[in-house]
Design a protein around this ligand. Structure first.
Ligand code: NAP
Ligand code: MN
Length: 275
């Protein structure tokens, strides 16, 4: 099997990368940065996002796995202490694959012709450096609302625990093929009105955002941000592509959520009860 390793770049992660690479090569696996079947990310979620975008052109052939070095590591479920165990698993066992939905974002410009297409693992976020954004929000080709405010975030189920969560969005199980639209500080008064609640759209329900005033836009796709001018529309929907994660042991999504967000809180409650 061919594999590649993407490191966060700090000394600790680089060391782990070097050790893993050596072990796996000793097990006769082939290190191939160009066409890996397994991509190991060593770092945090940011590193996994980086690895995803580096190999986004070969999602069908590639599975991802994360080892986390001192960060939250929501996507990365192996810790450096387990390195040897993981290496043996990778070398000896055919892995199970779980697939998570992705978000497709198409940005079209007024100057016509060209369009940019992106896949996001977490979300797209649209803001402006010039005051408020004003969007005609269409769902399935019908006008839904006129949004005025700081911006909008459209996330995947696995991205629902990232920025979306900070915006008051729901956490969605990644077996749901859906996207979630959340608001960033919408203006709501007698004159301007938005729904105010996060919306969860199923597959095939496209959300189209049409800027109604000519502002430059900051459009983030996961951890990358770009500035756009002259944007005609931003189209979002569940992508036909999926990300494949290699699983060598079960780690259910809700356990991941609990461990990332509530585990210590529970321990604290137990301490109080035992007083
Ligand atoms: P970062 O500033 O390190 O990310 C912020 C935090 O979000 C980090 O703790 C990161 O984990 C965590 N994270 C990333 N994806 C997650 C997911 N799917 N579920 C739960 N937590 C997640 O920047 P980054 O590492 O390049 O990651 C970019 C992402 O950060 C963006 O896609 C956005 O979703 C998120 N973000 C969130 C906020 C917020 O919550 N207010 C603000 C900015 C960015 P690691 O420490 O393991 O990297
Ligand atoms: Mn990070």
């Amino acid at each position: 099997m061919k594999f590649a390793i993407v490191s966060k770049g700090d000394d600790h992660s680089n060391k782990i990368k070097a050790t893993m690479k050596q072990y796996l090569v000793d097990f006769d696996l082939i290190y191939d940065k160009k066409e890996p079947e397994l991509v190991i990310s060593v770092g945090g979620d940011g590193t996994l996002l980086e690895a995803f975008h580096r190999y986004v052109h070969r999602l069908k052939e590639t599975a991802f796995i994360g080892v986390h070095t001192g960060h939250l590591g929501f996507y990365a479920d192996w810790i450096p202490k387990e390195l040897e165990k993981l290496v043996i698993e990778i070398a000896k066992t055919p892995f199970q694959v779980v697939e998570y939905p992705l978000l497709e974002v198409i940005i079209r410009s007024h100057s016509g012709g060209e369009e940019d297409r992106f896949l996001a693992l977490n979300e797209t976020m649209i803001k402006t450096p010039e005051g408020s954004v004003v969007f005609d929000v269409q769902i399935r080709g019908e006008h839904f609302e006129t949004f005025r405010g700081d911006g909008l975030c459209i996330s995947t189920p696995s991205g629902s625990t990232a920025y979306n969560k900070a915006l008051g969005g729901a956490i969605l199980h990644p077996s749901l093929e859906a996207i979630q639209l959340t608001e960033l500080a919408s203006i709501n008064n007698r004159v301007f009105r938005t729904i105010g609640s996060p919306l969860i759209l199923p597959k095939h329900h496209t959300c189209l955002l049409k800027p109604m005033v000519d502002r430059s836009l900051f459009i983030a796709i996961d951890h990358f941000t770009n500035t756009y001018t002259n944007v005609k529309s931003i189209q979002c929907r569940v992508a036909k592509e999926k990300i494949r994660f290699a699983r060598f042991r079960p780690f259910p999504f809700w356990n991941r959520v609990r461990d990332a967000f509530v585990a210590e809180g529970d321990a604290h409650l137990l301490d109080e009860r035992s007083l």
